[in-house]
Design a protein around this ligand. Structure first.
Ligand code: SF4
Length: 338
């Protein structure tokens, strides 16, 4: 049996960046809270800082000390930031919801002391890491009022969708978000899109009537192009001329296109990633359309030899929140099935 990994599979830029920022938060927690100088070594956001050597902002910080070198704002790598070892203190680290939609990763983070809070109301002190899905601006403002140290791991592509939603609203459009109702990223974008904003993932989710003829569309970063096209076609069919800001992120497009191509050329397809990961689930759905023998698994232990009886070539892809080690474990297990 031949095993082929999809060209683009596994953790994307935004997820790797969020994990690096959280690593820095864990490292930085030893030197931040309780110290005379509010400092955070790391990238991400340090809101309200008078001086920042890095990306973003630290809530309430007067200065950023002990930071090695984060000269490259927006750098892919934020994991090599130096921290002043002479600084002492500790504080708790929270994420609002799981950092990424991958159960194994969130389990590991919990074992390293990272806590998940359902709401900012559940956090009274310490470091709050904003995950790649982003949050409403009000949440960051509330965190700053509470004196929390905010490390912002919002993916820049999500920020782009938030900005597009805000701009459309300011230009007088009724904002329609093509996405999954209730998904944290969508709820974050909705906070920028105005009270009237509508969320729809497929045409049947659209309301019968709209409060405005001027509809502006933004898209959840991990949606498929076909979801967007179906919604636009439906609106055009109803006589609207929507303005479209296609905010589907490049990483998502790459993963979907490469996975579809591979799935069309293999006998079986394995999609690795959290079942609670929307982008992984969509990858599995897309692959199933071209390869009926597609299986969505979270870990190598779930592989069933029966799926590969008579299979000559198996393809592997993985969602944007699936770390490399989980993909390698699946590849190794598959090799042992040979
Ligand atoms: S899938 Fe795209 S938008 Fe989402 S975290 Fe990854 S790079 Fe960012």
């Amino acid at each position: 049996m031949e095993i082929i990994r999809s060209k683009y599979a596994g953790a994307c830029y935004g997820v790797n960046r969020a994990l690096s920022i959280l690593d820095n938060a864990i490292e930085g927690s030893r030197v931040v809270c309780g110290a005379e100088v509010d400092s955070v070594a790391g990238a991400g956001s340090i809101a309200g800082a008078d001086s920042v050597a890095g990306v973003g902002s630290i809530a309430g910080a007067d200065s950023v000390a002990g930071v090695g070198n984060v000269a490259e704002a927006g750098s892919d790598s934020v994991g090599d930031v130096g921290i002043g070892s002479d600084m002492v203190g500790s504080c708790e680290i929270y994420t609002l919801g799981p950092l990424i939609h991958n159960p194994q990763v969130t389990r590991e983070l919990r074992s390293r002391g990272v806590k998940e809070a359902d709401s900012i109301n559940d956090i009274n002190s310490g470091i709050m890491v904003i995950r790649s899905h982003g949050v409403a601006l009000e949440v960051i403002e509330q965190a700053e009022r509470k004196g929390l140290i905010v490390m912002d791991a919002t993916c820049p592509h999500v920020t782009k969708a938030q900005v597009a939603a805000r701009q459309l609203k300011e230009q007088g459009y009724l904002v329609l978000i093509v996405g999954e109702l209730g998904h944290p990223e969508v709820e974050g974008i909705r906070a920028y899109a105005g009270n009237q904003a509508i969320v729809a993932q497929e045409p049947r989710d659209l309301p019968e009537a709209f409060e405005s003829d001027n509809i502006g569309i933004v898209v959840q970063t991990t949606q498929t192009e076909s979801s967007l096209e179906l919604i636009v076609r439906e609106l055009v069919g109803r006589g609207f001329e929507p303005v479209v800001r296609d905010t589907i992120c490049f990483a998502t497009k790459q993963r979907q296109e490469a996975a579809i191509e591979l799935a069309g050329n293999v006998d079986a397809m394995v999609v690795v990633g959290g079942r609670n990961s929307g982008n992984t689930t969509r990858l599995a759905q897309l692959c199933t359309k071209v390869c009926r023998n597609t299986h969505h698994i979270e870990s190598a232990e779930e592989l069933d030899p029966a799926w590969f009886v008579g299979v000559g070539v198996v393809g592997i892809t993985a969602g944007a929140s699936t770390p490399e080690n989980q993909i390698i474990a699946v590849e190794k297990t598959l090799e042992n099935l040979l």
